[in-house]
Design a protein around this ligand. Structure first.
Ligand code: RI2
Length: 318
């Protein structure tokens, strides 16, 4: 891949996504749209085909950073499909406009989704969370704005302890927070009205890919009879799964699990660090999107409506 013509901002955004300085599907998508826009605006390309090739290269580079979060390819799909034209100026204008439109839709979508999710929450409810999801926070925020008092059992979410971010943001919303280690979840499920988690990707069969530990939580919650609600904008729908492609699970560095000094003490063991897992649709009660709430098995209908039957990827060379 010739990355020579890529703007520094594209490298910065890719680096921030890879190191998880920029994380969470919505943030990743916004940063991706920003990067593609910057490439279009700052490029020295002299012809439209040259600029289009640069945008495809920028998209492929961004896509190489994190394989699971489908918001990244969906942001690329949105901007690249609209950034067309016969002149550099036309491609540039369309790229800028489509990136702006994408960001605006994303913001509205999260507000709309929040209101749908808030309808499920009653005054006095307790939720359990896993990891950190801005879509989940949007549901809680809308419920709090409706005057509902909520409590939360927040799983710390090893290995990166992103539950700490959730705990802080829920406290800022005035929610009572109890922080627990992941393995304590089952003990507290009897006190929980809804398990409320986000998603990084949703497959055509309604399977939900989310931070590792979600599937175990869902199985235990089902055994306890606690509803499992997934808050995930339509940006998380993965159109590539309509043609049978599986969602690739990102494997992260060993150092997130085992510090160097512990590694020396333990010796020669293999460390595996999958970032995500897959929760089958039978464990999920509802998927809350900006278009309403859906049983997981029916998201494929929404996926077809939004993305069409067979996706052709705009970052591939023609
Ligand atoms: P929002 C996160 O993954 C979590 O798994 C979270 O549920 C999901 O993204 C969705 O986040 P990571 O990017 O889009 O922290 O709801 O690895 O913010």
């Amino acid at each position: 891949m010739d990355r020579g013509a890529l703007q520094p901002r594209v490298h910065d955004v890719a680096g921030a996504i890879e190191t998880m300085e920029t994380r969470g599907a919505a943030n990743i998508a916004t940063a991706t749209a920003d990067a593609l826009e910057t490439q279009a605006v700052e490029s020295d390309a002299e012809t439209a085909p040259e600029l289009l090739a640069e945008l495809r290269t920028a998209a492929r580079f961004l896509l190489s950073t994190r394989p699971t979060a489908v918001s990244l390819p969906n942001a690329c799909r949105y901007v690249l499909r609209r950034a067309t034209g016969d002149t550099v100026e036309a491609v540039r204008t369309n790229a800028v406009e489509s990136a702006a439109e994408f960001r605006a839709r994303l913001e509205t979508a999260q507000d709309d989704l929040g209101r749908v999710g808030a309808n499920r929450l009653r005054d006095g409810d307790t939720i359990m969370t896993h990891c950190h999801s801005t879509d989940v926070l949007a549901c809680v925020e809308a419920a709090v704005e409706d005057g509902k008092q909520l409590s939360a059992i927040v799983k710390e979410t090893r290995p990166r302890q992103q539950g700490h971010i959730t705990a802080r943001e829920l406290r800022e919303l005035g929610v009572d927070v109890t922080l627990v280690v992941d393995s304590a979840a089952r003990r507290y499920l009897d006190d929980v009205d809804h398990v409320l988690v986000g998603a990084d990707a949703i497959a055509a069969d309604g399977s939900v890919v989310n931070k590792v530990g979600t599937s175990g939580l869902a199985v235990v919650a089902r055994e306890r009879g606690t509803p499992i609600v997934v808050a995930a904008g339509t940006l998380k729908l993965d159109p590539a799964t309509m043609t049978g492609n599986a969602v690739e699970i990102e494997m992260r560095e060993e150092s997130e699990v085992l510090e160097e000094t512990d590694r020396e003490t333990i010796g020669d063991v293999t460390v595996e660090n999958p970032a995500f897992d897959v929760t089958p649709p039978r464990y999920i009660d509802a998927i809350v999107t900006e278009r309403g709430q859906f049983p997981p098995e029916s998201v494929v209908t929404l996926m077809r409506e939004l993305f069409g039957e067979g996706p052709t990827e705009p970052w591939q060379e023609p």
